[in-house]
Design a protein. Structure first.
Length: 136
């Protein structure tokens, strides 16, 4: 199943979805995800295993979270991994609004982690980007 690669089509069909809850970045001690933790993202770095998971799971597992409580937004458009410009366009729109963003690409969708207290605003920015991209 091939995703969309046309930037205009991608942008006009973003359909950002805000997941409920607060998400945090934490290091998994010894590179092992603790029992009861279900990360939505894992990244193996030379310094160790980074996990992104619901804040309550990190707290329950005793993980020290980075100081970046995040909202998780999924772009529901099925983007091709080789698509050019989607991350740049989304990042620019959020940059113009002064909203930081950490992007993770999945096989079917892109996932954004933005400051929790600005997540609803980020969705509105992305919806505006989609509306502008579909015009004309």
């Amino acid at each position: 199943m091939t995703g969309e690669s046309d930037l205009r089509v991608l942008l006009s069909n973003l359909r950002p979805e805000l997941h409920p809850g607060r998400y945090v970045y934490a290091a998994a001690p010894g590179g092992v995800v603790p029992d009861g933790a279900a990360p939505v993202v894992t990244v193996l770095e030379s310094e160790g295993l980074t996990v992104v998971l619901p804040e309550e799971q990190a707290t329950a597992a005793g993980l020290a979270a980075a100081d970046y409580p995040a909202g998780w937004i999924t772009l529901r458009v099925h983007s091709a991994l080789a698509a050019v410009g989607l991350t740049a366009a989304v990042s620019l729109a959020l940059t113009d609004a002064g909203i930081s963003c950490n992007v993770v690409a999945g096989l079917h969708h892109d996932h954004l982690f933005v400051p929790y207290d600005r997540a609803a605003e980020a969705v509105a920015v992305l919806e505006e980007l989609a509306a502008e991209s579909g015009a004309g």
